[in-house]
Design a protein around this ligand. Structure first.
Ligand code: UDP
Ligand code: MG
Length: 323
């Protein structure tokens, strides 16, 4: 850490993808809140390859307010990676990632800071209610948390997003996790440290639309499960064992019956059922192996997590991640 970084108490990290209509309101509220806190701060904005005027607006803001810093990625890398880029660039003694669509009220920063001053190293903001979400979204989110709770050994707090305060120590720990599949909620939980939470009401988006759809959410859930559990991979040996035992018992019975009573020709239905069942089970297990294998492939390629096209406001501009 350079001497310079010690001067900044708080870094706000904002990933932005096509958020131009939200920018004015976002900075208005952020700057107002931060200025009223009487601390030194920076706002690290990561433009995740937006195709609208987001980056232009960010540049304008940077020239007017030097504490607003800009990292522009070379293309759209997805929220998790944009967030990682922001956290890598942040220099504050505490870091708070926040969504650009004002779903996480900036006014809560004060409460997060208060808990941090009490000595907690991670203060996450837990949603009291999920507003403006369909029952299916709530149901699937619930199911996801239940599944991952059962399958993995780390406890991922329910109903929390990425809106939370991270102490510098936690940030340094996160930076040491080199994986490409960045399931941030899981990584935040994995690093441990002294954690606590505050409750808040998550509001609907200010403007624009969410970038998530069910297919993306499904893949996000798979990322989470495969990153934090080996159960789906291991379950097949046990299932196979049980099926083999059953098959052995049934085969013994069939052999004995044939020896005693002779050949019994009908059996098309049972044969088909067995073949289809075993075939299906084998394909599923292959698919699960494929999910893991694909992610291993991503890891071994060792590509950088993200590429920066331009950045404004940082002393040291060489931030491309190598490890
Ligand atoms: N985001 C991003 N890259 C993406 C998608 C989203 O940086 O590929 C940002 C987006 O601009 C916003 C935050 O991630 O600041 C949350 O996105 P969104 O509101 O779409 O997600 P939700 O709130 O529905 O979970
Ligand atoms: Mg949102």
């Amino acid at each position: 850490m350079s001497l310079y970084s010690n001067h900044i108490e708080l870094s706000i990290v904002v990933p932005l993808y096509n958020e131009a209509p939200n920018i004015n309101k976002l900075f208005e509220r952020l700057l107002w809140t931060l200025n009223s806190l009487n601390i030194t701060y920076e706002i690290v904005c990561v433009d995740d390859g937006s195709r609208d005027k987001t980056l232009e607006r960010l540049r304008e803001y940077h020239f007017r307010h030097p504490e607003i810093k800009v990292v522009a990625l070379s293309r759209n890398f997805g929220k998790e990676i944009a967030l990682t880029a922001g956290i890598d660039h942040a220099q504050g003694r505490a870091v708070i990632p926040i969504d650009a669509d004002l779903q996480d009220p900036p006014e809560l920063i004060e409460q997060l800071m208060a808990k941090w001053r009490e000595g907690y190293e991670v203060v996450y903001a837990k949603r009291r209610v999920r507003q403006g979400e369909t029952w299916f979204k709530r149901f699937s989110a619930n199911a996801f948390y239940r599944v991952i709770e059962r399958l993995s050994s780390i406890a991922i707090p329910r109903d929390t997003g990425d809106f939370r305060l991270l102490d510098r120590r936690v940030v340094e720990a996160l930076k040491q996790l080199p994986e490409r599949t960045r399931f941030m909620k899981g990584l935040f939980a994995w690093v441990g440290f002294k954690q606590t939470y505050i409750l808040y009401d998550r509001l609907p988006r200010y403007k624009g639309q969410t970038k998530w759809n069910y297919w993306k959410l499904w893949n996000f859930a798979l990322d989470g499960i495969t990153s934090f559990s080996l159960v789906p991979l291991k379950v097949w040996s046990y299932l196979g064992l049980i099926l083999s035992l059953l098959a052995f018992a049934y085969a013994s019975f069939l052999i004995a019956r044939t020896l005693i009573f002779g050949i019994d020709v009908p059996g098309y239905a049972s044969l088909m059922v067995t073949v289809l069942f075993i075939g299906g089970v084998q394909l599923i297990s292959l698919g699960v192996i494929g999910e893991y294998l694909g992610r291993i492939y991503e890891e071994v390629k060792q590509r950088p997590l993200y590429l920066v096209r331009e950045s404004h406001g940082f002393i040291d501009n060489s931030f491309n991640r190598e490890s």
